[in-house]
Design a protein around this ligand. Structure first.
Ligand code: C2E
Ligand code: MG
Ligand code: MG
Ligand code: MG
Length: 283
């Protein structure tokens, strides 16, 4: 029986492996021409201040729609990272996002946050490319935030030195750095305070659901305390209900993002969100 179970496992395992390899090949082949075929677009999700829900920033979120239909970022971003295609694609996103965000910045004073992969950060010319993009699009450095996922800083020890230096170089120009998905990478809060970062984005898995509203939320509380003690403001991700927004505000969180306030969408949808949430500032 054990032998048969073993053989069954193998026969189940192999087609799965092959399917994963085929998916990878299909996605990477399609992505290779995505820019020139005009299949990429950038959507934006507002970041709001609590409790006013006034928009203070927008996060750029890449969308890929080949003729077969939209592919979720969680499916194609890892392929783009592994193949290195994230370098040209990321440059395209930054350029497009700075162009779109310039108008919102001029009218509402909002910042732009852009997700950056470690592959991009590790490119020797990355800082220059960012500065050239800002110069071309007219978006001020102080209005740009680069989001780096927390896992980049965990368990890389010495390899991290050039990446941290690149971030520090960008910060001397006034560009801010946010740690994305904070809480998922198991880095200690004390380690965090040594990193060249300006903003923490609390991963939505640490945002209490309405069932957990009565609990003590020690981690979320500790992260938010860093904000007050170390001038490290936090953005709570994935706020879906008014109860969550209220709870985060009660815990001392000043900034939030989530479907409750606005879903990611194309420029026109963000313009509508500005009309709804920042009416006094909209001419
Ligand atoms: P992220 O940077 O943590 O972005 C937040 C994700 O949460 C987005 O998913 C957003 O649509 C989703 N989200 C926002 N509010 C809510 C909410 O209230 N509830 C729930 N359940 N989800 C919410 P999306 O757009 O699918 O992007 C997934 C990830 O793909 C991003 O996570 C980011 O790591 C990556 N990504 C997206 N665009 C880019 C890009 O231009 N470059 C790079 N390197 N990565 C990107
Ligand atoms: Mg992000
Ligand atoms: Mg991210
Ligand atoms: Mg995140």
């Amino acid at each position: 029986a054990a032998k048969r179970a073993g053989r069954d496992r193998v026969s189940v395992y192999r087609p799965e492996l092959r399917a994963a390899r085929e998916t990878f090949t299909r996605i990477s082949a399609g992505l290779r021409h995505a820019i020139e075929r005009g299949e990429l677009t950038v959507h934006y999700q507002p970041v709001v201040e609590l409790p006013s829900a006034r928009i203070v920033a927008v996060e750029a979120l890449l969308r890929w729609t080949p003729p077969t239909g939209p592919v979720p970022p969680l499916d194609f971003i890892p392929v783009a990272e592994e193949t290195g295609m994230i370098v040209p694609i990321g440059a395209w996103v930054l350029e497009q996002a700075c162009r779109d965000a310039k108008d919102w910045h001029d009218r509402h004073g909002t910042s732009l946050t852009v997700n950056v992969s470690v592959r991009q950060l590790a490119e020797p010319g990355f800082a220059d490319q960012v500065l050239r993009t800002l110069a071309r699009t007219g978006l001020p450095a102080a209005a740009l935030v680069l989001e780096i996922t927390e896992s980049v800083f965990v368990g890389v020890a010495d390899d991290a030195a050039p990446l941290l230096a690149a971030l520090d170089g960008l910060r001397t120009h006034g560009i801010r750095v946010a740690i994305d998905d904070f809480g998922t990478g198991y880095s200690s809060l004390s380690y965090l305070t040594q990193l060249p970062v300006d903003i923490l984005k609390i991963d939505r898995s640490f945002v209490p659901t309405s069932q957990e509203v009565g609990e003590d939320h020690a981690f979320t509380r500790a992260v938010l305390q860093l904000g007050t003690s170390r001038q490290l403001p936090a953005i709570a991700e994935g706020i879906e209900t008014q109860e969550q927004a209220q709870l985060l505000h009660d815990l001392g969180c000043r900034l939030a993002q989530g479907y409750h306030f606005a879903r990611p969408g194309p420029v026109a949808q963000v313009d509508a969100a500005f009309l709804r949430l920042n009416p006094a500032l909209t001419p």
